[in-house]
Write a protein of this length. Sequence first.
Length: 389
Amino acid sequence: MTYVSGPYNSGQLLRSIHEVEMGLTERVLREGPEIGDSGERKSWRDRVLEASQGRNTVLYDDKNYPSIMVEFPFITRDGAISGMGSDAHPAFIVDGSLKSIIYVSKYINVVEGSGVDARAMSLRYKDPTASINFDNSLAACQQKGEGWHLNTNATWAAIALQAWKKGFLCRGNNNYGSDHTASHETAIASRPDVTSIARTLTGSGPPSWSHDGTPFGVYDLNGNVREWVGGLRLNEGEINIIPDNDAALYDADHGASSTLWKAMLEDGTFVDPGETNTLKIDCEEPGGSGDLFIKTGSGTNLDAGTSANTMFADLTSAASVPDIIKLLALFPDDATIPTGRVYARSGERLAFRGGHWTNGSIAGLFCLYLSSTRSDTSSHLGFRSAFVL
């Protein structure tokens, strides 16, 4: 990490990073997203690095489109949940290799272009792209080139658990442009012509809306729009993951029949989906009613049309829960987590996180939806890209 010498107060730091980021957004609006000149690319990167004291940077994709990214250094399992040991958190294991840094989009992404030309970008003060399905979100990230990928559930979990361990849960746009616990905290509506605020411009909320409460954290993980994440699905109630953080491979196959998907046994062993005694999410009553819990065995009470749901902290289990399930923020290690709700349905259901602008306490770092098909879209569903090499 690079630190800039000299006395700075929090207001100066905030203004400095915002001025640089707004300058980049305005440059893209004025001249287009491609920054072809290598000197200009370096200049934007250096300016963001300096203004953020080394915590943010600008990365470029195969078309030289810029994205403002937050650096996340390596953490152990114990760095996420106390007592989990000194092995790497799974977010930092990709294709069998340990990774020292993961870069996560500072802002919910916008998409430039369409089809094979679609590219995700992380820029401040933009209306986040929404009404986009899982496969198109995945493509807009993977098409950026090697290292780029749809933010994964493993990485989301590492961020959420580390934040909770440090005693901070970010607020956000979960109450029509404000936070339900702090109505004085507001952001700028992405559509000024509407009377009821829905989506807000990326990064237009206060620093308390970033994952660590600073101007250099990841913004809007609590509300605004829900976010597709890679590497996790529910398939007829069975929990399927792409192990470690192999979902971060830029060409990782997330298809319904992909051989990358694995189920888990009670001891944490990975097996092929459909094996006996794998871990599943189910609800207490037939037809999708009653609280959610984790179990093994066959059959499900989940319904295809009704979402069973439970606050994350209130999830229970009729089976032994291996550490990996907790490290992926699929089951609480700490039942005092105050926000975030879990939803589930039968069928194949891809995952999204965070909640949206009407969700209140349902939203948050531990909010998890396993209730939508890969083709579902909505005005409150978007995504963000990440990068690792």
